[in-house]
Design a protein around this ligand. Structure first.
Ligand SMILES: O=P(O)(O)OC[C@H]1O[C@](O)(CO)[C@@H](O)[C@@H]1O
Length: 524
């Protein structure tokens, strides 16, 4: 692994890293010392440090995964779908993208996206991954595949593979129903599970070199566990938590990941969900080389890239193989948590959005009515008033809420495979506002930056986009459809953000692409 730090930060951070070395922080993590994050975090930490040795522990799973992969291949199965959210899907996505093998990742409740995954069933096998075994999105996706397989004369137990913790509700029910089940290490939290069964079962079935991935992580593990100034985990942890800024420390960072597709989204969940709580935390902002923020980095923001060369604008650059980078960021995140006095293993605010969505499913009338509708766009403001009755007025009223330390977050509840153009909004808003902008697909981001938005510093300004879906899809055994579920998730999240005194502008497009064009015109 190579890493470089821009000299202007070096002096400020050396003292922090020296003190981490003196306190033996890296070796204490390597020894799974659960007392490191203070008494309040002890009981959670005592069952959450398994990831330190996942690269070694998971090797035992490889023969069974490869045997199943060959079994599927012999049956002519060549298409693999992964159903799962957050830590259960982001790592397999980056592993398979990096390896250049195909895996359809279904981490959405958008009816069109679910329907698109339910195709080519004769050659499809599905991995359903959920640590808790009770996540509503994953349960709904599993039901959709069961219904579709049955309708096509295929037994779901032949084609669906379950990954879950031992003893979870999903584990018990799946074993009783006759599904193949891989148990993950229960001592590893979802977002730290890249090198456990959650990362390697779907990736291995899809054809990625999982043995090589684990071997690379094993190779760097002694470096990351060493109390040494050469340990990149200490530097990255210190950078995330302690880089000075005029306001105190830099609490946002630009993670520039042109080279490793999907890695930024994985690291985003790890850092945002681990550190964004008690109104503290570090906000990851995933960008590409052309991002406006990189040309003019705001004072409260640092920049990290994976390129080996430092261009002058970055504070740091880290380069390594994917296995190495997974473990590096896991070490760095818990070190950042230690430096900021945060328990990096819980996610206390994620539950609030789930409860609000549930309440809306039980009583749909509770959702807030639109302020006004104009040219196919229904406008709803939460926590501020729109001065006027046009889309331009609505956007301007939201931008008026952006202050010197704000960030903007765009949450788009649409089929991400069908509408990738919506991601252009990130750069456009960054240009217009001069502030860092994050982009998330709903409901996927609820299991990632969602924790930070509600639990971190109250600096967010939110643009929520929803829309009409081509057609709706029933969920067998549930009183709601995918369409009602995704609408409830969006409305529930807006309500929880409002409850935290954060402004949200929600735009519902009756026709997504023409809505996007109107919005781009306004921002232009
Ligand atoms: O694997 P599960 O239990 O379905 O959870 C999925 C995701 O939801 C969260 O628990 C909370 O958002 C994440 O930490 C996790 O990765």
């Amino acid at each position: 692994m190579k890493f470089e730090l821009a000299t202007r930060n070096h002096a400020a951070l050396t003292a922090v890293v020296e003190s981490l070395v003196e306190q033996n922080i890296a070796s204490r993590i390597a020894a799974k010392d659960h007392t490191l994050w203070g008494p309040a975090a002890e009981s959670e930490a005592s069952i959450r440090l398994g990831w330190v040795t996942s690269a070694q522990d998971s090797v035992a799973l490889i023969p069974e995964i490869l045997e199943l992969r060959d079994e599927f291949r012999n049956q002519g199965i060549s298409r693999f779908v992964l159903c799962g959210m957050g830590g259960s899907s982001l790592a397999p996505e980056v592993i398979t993208k990096t390896a250049g093998v195909e895996l359809v990742v279904l981490d959405s409740t958008a009816p069109d996206q679910v329907a698109a995954a339910l195709t080519s069933l004769e050659k499809t096998a599905v991995v359903v991954s959920s640590k808790s075994g009770s996540t509503v999105e994953t349960d709904s996706q599993k039901r959709a595949f069961e219904t579709a397989f049955r309708a096509n004369g295929i037994s779901p137990t032949d084609r669906i593979v379950i990954v879950t913790d031992p003893g979870s509700p999903l584990d018990q029910a799946s074993r009783e129903a006759g599904y193949r089940v891989f148990n993950a290490d229960p001592n590893v939290g979802g977002r730290y599970s890249a090198l456990t069964a959650f990362g390697i079962v779907p990736s291995g079935l899809a054809g990625a070199d999982i043995a090589g991935l684990l071997a690379a992580a094993q190779q760097i593990s002694s470096t990351l566990g060493s109390d040494s100034l050469d340990n990149p985990g200490l530097w990255l942890g210190a950078l995330l938590a302690k880089t000075p800024s005029p306001q105190g420390f830099k609490d946002k960072f630009l993670i520039e990941t042109d080279q490793l597709g999907g890695f930024g989204d994985w690291a985003e969940q790890l850092v945002a969900e681990s550190t964004g709580k008690e109104q503290k935390g570090v906000l990851p902002v995933v960008v590409t080389k052309s991002a406006p923020e990189l040309a003019n980095i705001p004072a409260d923001t640092l920049s990290i890239s994976f390129a080996a060369e430092i261009s002058g604008s970055e504070d740091a650059a880290f380069e390594g193989s994917l296995g190495e980078l997974f473990l590096l960021w896991e070490y760095a995140t818990v070190i950042a948590g230690y430096l900021q006095g945060i328990n990096p293993f819980d996610q206390p605010n994620v539950e609030s959005a789930k409860i609000a969505a549930r309440a809306l499913l039980d009583s749909p009338v509770a959702a807030k009515a639109a302020d006004f509708a104009v040219e196919g766009v229904a406008v709803t403001s939460y926590g501020f008033d729109v001065q006027g009755d046009t889309l331009a007025a609505a956007v301007q009223s939201l931008l008026d809420k952006v202050g010197e330390q704000s960030y903007i977050s765009v949450h788009t509840y649409l089929n991400r495979a069908e509408y990738p153009q919506f991601e252009q909004l990130r750069d456009l808003l960054a240009k217009v506002s001069g502030r860092p902008v994050t982009f998330g697909w709903g409901p996927r981001f609820l299991h990632s930056t969602g924790q930070y938005h509600k639990g971190g510093p109250r600096q967010g300004v939110f643009l929520q986009i929803t829309g009409e879906h081509g057609h709706d899809l029933e969920i067998e055994g549930r009183p709601f459809t995918f369409g009602t579920l995704i609408a409830a998730q969006a409305a529930g999240d807006a309500q929880v953000l409002l409850d935290n005194n954060l402004p949200v502008l929600s735009l519902r497009f009756s026709e997504p692409l023409s809505g996007l064009e109107q919005l781009k015109k306004v921002l232009g």
